[in-house]
Design a binder for this molecule. Structure first.
Ligand SMILES: [Zn+2]
Ligand SMILES: [Zn+2]
Length: 180
């Protein structure tokens, strides 16, 4: 007899983790533990969340699925598809490589697939029904952060870490990171 979900697990650590957009038209489920939790301070993330930073969980694609609804493209990729010219300083190749997904009804920015990381999906942690266990482990684009914002992440980078740094960060996250 297990009462883990209801009584002994108030933060919702035990899988599966359910979630959805602001209006509930798009619902999702994750069954595989995240491999990283990232707070990104870049201006693009701040614009898309409306918050001081985005908080994302990197999840194995094999353990992630939508259980209701469909998403639409968001962010600069949507602008490209709509034939809009990107602002100066934006990289069209990078914009095309980032497949930001949003609820078509309430427009919540829910998750992102990155062409360079085909086996992963970056889920905005706020979409989880119960996210009290989530804390950022790495923060990126610290140079663009709003003044006074402290995330508690253990590893901070002015920009994005080199690709070679991620495996070590993931090992550290598996060992030390707040995760289910
Ligand atoms: Zn919605
Ligand atoms: Zn960002």
């Amino acid at each position: 007899m297990s009462m883990e979900r209801s009584a002994g697990d108030p933060a919702g650590r035990a899988p599966p983790w359910t979630g959805g957009c602001r209006c509930g038209a798009v619902r999702l489920e994750a069954t595989a533990a995240p491999v990283m939790a990232v707070a990104c301070h870049c201006k693009g993330c701040r614009r898309m969340t409306g918050g001081a930073y985005s908080l994302s969980l990197m999840l194995p694609e094999a353990g992630f699925r939508l259980t209701a609804g469909e998403t639409v493209r968001a962010g600069l990729g949507a602008a490209l598809e709509g034939g809009l010219a990107l602002g100066s300083g934006e990289n069209p190749d990078l914009a095309a490589a980032l497949d930001h997904r949003a609820c078509p009804v309430c427009k919540s920015w829910m998750f992102t697939r990155i062409a360079m990381l085909p086996d992963m999906v970056n889920l905005r942690a706020a979409m989880l029904d119960r996210d009290a266990w989530v804390t950022p482990f790495v923060e990126t684009c610290r140079a663009e952060a709003q003044p006074g914002i402290v995330t508690g992440a253990r590893h901070a980078f002015d920009g994005f870490p080199d690709a070679a740094a991620w495996p070590g960060l993931m090992i550290a996250y598996a060992r030390e990171g707040a995760r289910p």
